[in-house]
Ligand binder design. Structure first.
Ligand code: G6P
Ligand code: MG
Length: 220
């Protein structure tokens, strides 16, 4: 019996995955580091420091702690610029309806985002008050693919992880959900999210049956 659904934010409820990509791209262009959409795939769901480490490693560049901090601050400035005008119109079609249908069915809903900007984003999107729990990325020691953020959110919701379903667009996130012992729903391309129990192209395609009925696991 499913009691709770735990959602990722970026790329699941809104298109901030694209805003993160554009912000990293601006930073890399400024520093003359190679960066493209293929490398960006590895950054999805990964926290800010982890993302920068992947970019620097791919470029074969070393940077001091202070230099990294400055790069992360600059990227975050670009990202904050991009989300400054976010409003409920920036929710993906069907996202609000999906959250509301979970609540109407008596399920609890949680947010498990690796982003330190997550609370500001959900507030701008007008969905902050719908969540029963929003895990602060700063409370978590180990980022995705570690299951910690999903386990922390399940605990805050008062649900056993086996009674939770996680929804993610990133392969690191699917790994985190599975590691937490939860059923995983992938949002996006099947070949990139092959370890999910079920993959749908977007949140508008998600319905309550797909979320709570494990017999819908087989990926056609
Ligand atoms: C999410 C996104 C990542 C992003 C991370 C940290 O998980 O999928 O692309 O790097 O959050 O976001 P932040 O807003 O803290 O830099
Ligand atoms: Mg995501």
């Amino acid at each position: 019996q499913v009691e709770a659904v735990i959602f990722d934010l970026d790329g699941v409820l809104t298109d901030t995955a694209e805003a993160h990509f554009q912000a990293w791209k601006r930073l890399c262009d400024e520093l003359d580091l190679p960066f493209d959409r293929k490398l960006n795939q590895q950054l999805k769901g990964v926290d800010r420091a982890g993302s920068l480490a992947i970019i620097l490693a791919a470029a074969g560049v070393e940077a001091s702690t202070d230099e990294r901090a400055a790069m992360m601050a600059r990227k975050n400035e670009f990202y904050r610029d991009a989300i400054a005008h976010y409003s409920p119109d920036d929710l993906f079609p069907g996202a609000r309806e999906c959250l509301l249908s979970c609540l109407a069915a008596g399920l609890r809903i949680g947010l498990a985002s690796a982003s330190r900007n997550a609370r500001d984003v959900v507030r701008a999107l007008g969905i902050e008050t719908l969540f029963d729990s929003i895990t602060n990325a700063a409370e978590v020691t180990n980022g995705k693919p570690d299951p910690e953020i999903f386990l922390t959110t399940a605990r805050a919701l008062g649900c056993d992880p086996t009674r939770c379903v996680g929804v993610e667009d990133a392969s690191a996130g699917i790994a985190a959900i599975k590691g937490a012992g939860m059923r995983a729903i992938g949002i996006g391309a099947k070949d990139e999210l092959s370890t999910a129990d079920r993959v749908v192209p977007d949140i508008a395609s998600l319905n309550l049956d797909l979320l709570v009925d494990p017999t819908t696991n087989e990926i056609p």
